[in-house]
Each structure stands twice: as structure tokens, then as C-alpha cells.
Design a protein around this ligand. Structure first.
Ligand code: IMP
Length: 434
């Protein structure tokens, strides 16, 4: 990290999520004062090695595992309060106290039980056209926010406002449940009672976090913005409609926290050395079944939130170049290089072909994406272990050539290469971040 600079960094997933951001956030958190989540909710799953154990955080910033770091859940996040307290309990069981260093934006929207139910009912009704959501109520909660039917933390904090808002919102939800889904209604009293109890528990965490972060930035504190999901799941820049409902790309950090764009110094993108996605939607470089099973086992490619097997495929330079562009990435972190260790040949997708036309830039048309035939470059594998490499020069020559080719295609330098889940299995290129 650049020295003597008030360094505020946004870390984003540059593919379809699950790139391994948890490990990198954990590394960068050591050099940061504040760690901030700006979008998504408990659909995320950030896995971090802590005291030789794997801890998965869904909602609370992964930086919380470092004592003394301040963690913030920004206004762009949607909060399932029950999941929030479950996570605090899990952290306490692991000896991590959040007292006085975890804050929640008063403007963040709250996920209610009807959001989760509607998420599930919609998916069930869509059948084979489903999105494959995590069923955590994320989409319906963001939809209510845009529809001006949401309930924010600050609304919950005010008993009068909460009662009035819930009355209006629940009347509409119950009508929808009855007319569209033929489902039993929710009881106003039950939700009102449960969330009035939660109001008392959430109160100590609630702040105007834009103000908090502005004060932090003015006093020279270093802020790390922890993106969840990935750019290709971004509601604007992803493979719409097979996306999540928030801005997972770097722009989300501005809107989702209230921090000025002028205060962001750098945007770092995280990619896997190959590609994965969970849920439905186009994936041009998806592996055939045998290779899929092989890489899934080697890479332990199962969703950290839902346990679903991840779909796996070759590295797609169109996907990642698109991410470089919409995020303004200044550097790239490559994860899980070791998963490719035993392959004799490794492919990189450099273009798509659809109905006789060649695409070099990532298309937005869903029909093109669904029918795209990937054009590959083929590279010889290195067929030796990279797991113990500690520096660039210790990587096999073919692994270095592969990484150099990625850099060339993306036109962005690679700053870190990860070859295993341990903190020690990390190669820092040119001494960055050390
Ligand atoms: P939702 O965010 O639950 O609405 O799900 C929408 C899409 O985003 C689905 O394809 C999910 O599998 C995907 N998704 C949501 N969160 C994550 C994540 O943290 N990692 C990877 N995929 C995710």
C-alpha cells in the first residue's frame, strides 16, 4: 500500500462473485482503520482463516476479525436483523467482540420476513426461468427501496413511524401474497412485536455512518470498502436479469456509504485464475461435465452461503476486461492459481462468436451471451505444485507466462497471486502491500 497517504481502497469482485475476496480483505484490513460494507446483504459469504479455523461472514465486514478495527455497514446494504445478531453471537463464540467498533447506517433498509417469503415464492413460480437467488430476501428488499415501500433502520428506530410504515407496507404485501401467490397473510402484530424487540437490540449500533466515515477520512484514517458479490452480478453492469439487486461494482461504494468519489484512491479487482458462478444465467466459458467435476473438487467450489455447487469454467478475458472498465481497476489480485496446477492445457477466452459476428467486448444482450461460442487461446499447463511458492520467481515458468498473458489481456498489473487459503500462501508482486 502506498505510504504516507490517506489511502482509501475499494475492493471488488471482478467476475461473478466468490473470487476469494475474504482472504484479501483480511490481508488489507491489517493496513486499514475502517472496513465498510456498501451493498448486498447476508447473501454474501466471505471466508477467512482465523485461528486455524475457517470463519464465514455474511453481513458483518470481514475486518471485524482484527481487533481494534472499526467496521461499518453502510446505507447501501440491506440488513436481516436476525442474521446480524446471529453473526455477532458466532463471533462472540470465537472470542471476537464487536463492542464499540461495529456501526450500522440509519439509512440502511431492513429485510423483513415477507421479503424472504416473496423471494422464495417468485423463484418457485419461475421454474426453469428462475434466477437461482440465495432466497435471503435481497431482491424484494431492494425493490421496496426503489418503490418507496421500504423500511429503513431509522424508521424502525422511531416507534410511531415504524407502526405507520409497517401498516401501509404490510397491507400491500398481504394483498400481493393473496392475489398473486395464493398464500396466507402475515400478522401485523407479530411482525410489529418482533421488530419492536429488535429495535432495542440494534439501537447501540445505529449511526449516521456517512458522517462517521467523513470524520474518519478527514482525520487521515484509512478506509477499506469491502465489495460483496461481483461486477457481473451488479444490477447495472452484470448479466441482467441474472444478477443480484445491488451495485456490486465500485460505484456502489459511493452511493452505499455517502463517501465522496474524490476520496477514493484506488479500486482493486479480485479474480480467480479461472471463473465460477452460482445460480442461473449465461456463462460462456463453462466447463464440460468432467472438467467441471475435477475443478469443483480441487477448488472446493461450493457456495459459502447456500452450499450449492458452483459452476466452473475457463478464465474469460471479456468478463474481466468489462470489470476493469466499469470499476476503473488499478490492479488485479489473482486467486486460486494452485487449483489449475495439474492441468496439461489451460484456456483463456479472448472473444465470443455469435451468429457469425465476433465480439471482443463483453456484450449486454442476453441472447448473445446465452448463445455465445467462446474463442480460446490455449496455453501449456505447468503440472507442478504452486502451493509452496513464496515469490514470483518460485512459480513454474508456465504459470508465470499464464499470469503475464492475463496482465497483457487486461492491461492492468497483477499485484497479488494466491496459491492456497492460508495467509502464508500469498505472493506479493513487487513487494506491494508488505
Ligand atoms: P440474490 O442476491 O440472492 O438475489 O441472488 C441473485 C444472484 O446472485 C444469484 O445467481 C445468486 O447465486 C448470486 N449471488 C448472490 N450473492 C452471491 C455471492 O455472494 N456470491 C456469488 N453469487 C451470489
Amino acid at each position: 500500500m502506498r505510504k504516507n497517504k490517506n489511502h482509501n481502497v475499494v475492493l471488488v469482485g471482478a467476475q461473478w462473485g466468490d473470487e476469494g475476496k475474504g482472504k484479501i480483505i483480511d490481508l488489507l484490513a491489517q493496513k486499514s482503520d475502517y472496513i465498510v460494507r456498501y451493498q448486498g446483504g447476508n447473501n454474501a459469504g466471505h471466508t477467512v482463516c482465523f485461528d486455524n479455523e475457517k470463519i464465514v461472514l455474511h453481513l458483518i465486514p470481514s475486518g471485524i476479525l482484527h481487533p481494534k478495527k472499526i467496521c461499518v455497514i453502510g446505507n447501501g446494504v440491506v440488513i436481516d436483523l436476525e442474521a446480524f445478531f446471529e453473526e455477532i453471537k458466532m463471533l462472540a463464540q470465537n472470542g471476537v467482540s464487536v463492542k464499540g467498533r461495529l456501526f450500522v447506517s440509519d439509512r440502511a433498509h431492513v429485510i423483513f420476513p415477507y421479503h424472504k417469503l416473496i423471494d422464495q415464492l417468485r423463484e418457485d413460480e419461475k421454474g426453469s426461468k428462475k434466477i437461482g437467488t440465495t432466497k435471503k430476501g435481497i431482491g424484494p428488499c431492494y425493490a421496496d427501496k426503489a418503490n418507496r415501500l421500504g423500511i429503513r433502520v431509522v424508521d424502525l428506530m422511531n416507534p410511531h413511524v415504524f407502526r405507520e410504515r409497517l401498516k401501509i407496507v404490510l397491507a400491500e404485501k398481504n394483498l400481493m401474497l393473496k392475489k398473486i401467490f395464493n398464500h396466507a397473510p402475515f400478522s401485523f402484530d407479530e411482525i410489529h412485536r418482533t421488530y419492536s424487540r429488535l429495535r432495542k437490540r440494534i439501537a447501540p449500533y445505529v449511526r449516521n455512518t456517512s458522517l462517521l466515515l467523513d470524520q474518519a477520512a478527514r482525520s487521515g484514517k484509512k478506509i477499506l470498502f469491502e465489495g460483496a458479490q461481483g461486477t457481473l452480478l451488479d444490477v447495472d453492469y452484470g448479466t441482467y436479469p441474472y444478477v443480484t439487486s445491488s451495485n456490486a461494482s465500485a460505484g456502489g461504494a459511493i452511493i452505499g456509504t455517502g463517501m465522496s468519489a474524490a476520496r477514493i484512491d484506488e479500486v482493486i479487482g479480485v479474480v480467480k485464475a479461472y471463473t465460477t458462478r452460482v445460480g442461473e444465467g449465461p456463462f460462456p466459458t463453462e466447463f464440460p461435465p468432467q472438467l467441471m467435476a475435477h475443478i469443483r473438487e480441487r477448488g472446493e467450489e461450493y457456495g459459502a452461503t447456500t452450499g450449492r455447487p458452483r459452476r466452473c469454467g475457463w478464465f474469460d478475458a471479456l468478463v474481466t476486461r468489462h470489470s476493469v472498465l466499469v470499476n476503473g481497476l488499478s490492479e488485479i489480485v489473482v486467486m486460486k492459481l494452485d487449483v489449475l496446477d495439474d492441468l496439461p492445457k489451460i484456456k483463456i477466452c479472448v472473444a465470443y462468436k455469435f451468429r457469425g459476428r465476433r465480439y471482443r467486448d463483453f456484450p449486454s444482450d442476453i441472447e448473445v451471451l446465452e448463445g455465445a461460442r467462446p474463442i480460446y487461446e490455449e496455453h501449456p499447463g505447468w503440472q507442478s505444485s504452486t502451493k509452496f511458492a513464496k515469490k514470483w520467481s518460485e512459480l513454474p515458468p508456465n504459470a508465470r507466462k499464464y499470469l503475464k498473458r492475463l496482465e497483457q489481456l487486461l492491461q492492468v498489473p497483477i499485484s497479488i497471486v494466491s496459491v492456497g487459503s492460508e495467509r502464508s500462501q500469498t505472493i506479493f508482486i513487487n513487494g506491494r502491500y508488505q
